[in-house]
Design a protein around this ligand. Structure first.
Ligand SMILES: Nc1ncnc2c1ncn2[C@@H]1O[C@H](COP(=O)(O)OP(=O)(O)OP(=O)(O)O)[C@@H](O)[C@H]1O
Length: 239
């Protein structure tokens, strides 16, 4: 895995659905290792995240990842940017976690025995070796979330984007998952970008973005941005 810092840039971006504007970001540059994205339901967090690997195409403007255009050079971008969805079942398509992780290696590792070895090592590193050959459908939401993360990490992305990764996790597993993200950023040098309603998780980032009504409302140190979000929520609840 790379240990150099990554960089995502947005310039004059607008995302429209028909006439409706879902997101507008005049200019944004993301270089920090840990970034959290918070904000009210429907504010545009997922839309923003999906711009980072070309899952969503900007209607206007452009998005680049380390100089690569997310649409024109989408394949190269997706090799660098792994995406973990909030619903892990969407990411687990094979009968078992072991097979799913092996599948992620199919294009890059030709030897089947090597794929098997690497997949097992990845599951072990995430502490879920014992789940390798269990039926994915029978795993708990939290176990599925870790298996889904394994299918992304095995591809050695430089950037990992996670859309509400801890919603299915109990306190112990949320804490464990968060520890794994900390480690990936600190030890492996990955850039980790997480959209979350878990403000404790959001606070662990170096930088926090507050997205509201399709716009970047606030951007800075997590404690400041989270405080802004709390005040905004309190005002709206009082209306
Ligand atoms: N494909 C689409 N077509 C039309 N509207 C969309 C589409 N995807 C999202 N939206 C709308 O865009 C807005 C932003 O949605 P988005 O999922 O980005 O918000 P979010 O901040 O991630 O919300 P949540 O916290 O509820 O997950 C919402 O009003 C949503 O209904």
């Amino acid at each position: 895995m790379t240990s150099t810092s990554s960089e995502i840039r947005l310039e004059s971006v607008r995302v429209l659905a028909g006439e409706r504007e879902l997101l507008a970001v005049p200019s944004l540059e993301l270089t920090e290792r840990r970034i959290s994205v918070i904000g009210p339901n429907g504010g545009g967090k997922s839309t923003l995240l999906q711009l980072f690997n070309g899952l969503t195409e900007p209607t206007e403007g452009w998005v680049t990842v380390r100089g690569l255009d997310t649409i024109d050079q989408g394949r190269q971008v997706r090799r660098r940017v792994g995406f973990v969805f909030s619903n892990p079942a969407a990411q687990l398509v094979m009968p078992t976690p072991q097979e799913d992780v092996e599948l992620s290696l199919q294009r890059t590792v030709r030897d089947r025995a090597e794929r098997r070895r690497l997949a097992a090592a990845c599951l072990t590193e995430l502490g879920i070796a014992e789940l390798a050959d269990r039926s994915s459908h029978e795993l708990s939401g939290g176990q599925q979330q870790l298996a889904a993360l394994a299918t992304v990490l095995i591809q050695e992305p430089e950037i990992v984007v996670l859309d509400e990764p801890t919603t299915l996790l109990d306190l112990v597993n949320a804490e464990r998952f968060t520890g794994i993200l900390d480690q990936l950023a600190a030890q492996k040098g990955l850039q980790i970008i997480t959209a979350t309603h878990d403000l404790q998780l959001a606070a662990r980032a170096e930088r926090c973005l507050l997205i509201d009504s399709g716009a970047l409302h606030s951007d800075g140190a997590p404690e400041t941005v989270i405080e802004t979000y709390r005040s905004m929520a309190a005002q709206r609840a009082a209306r």
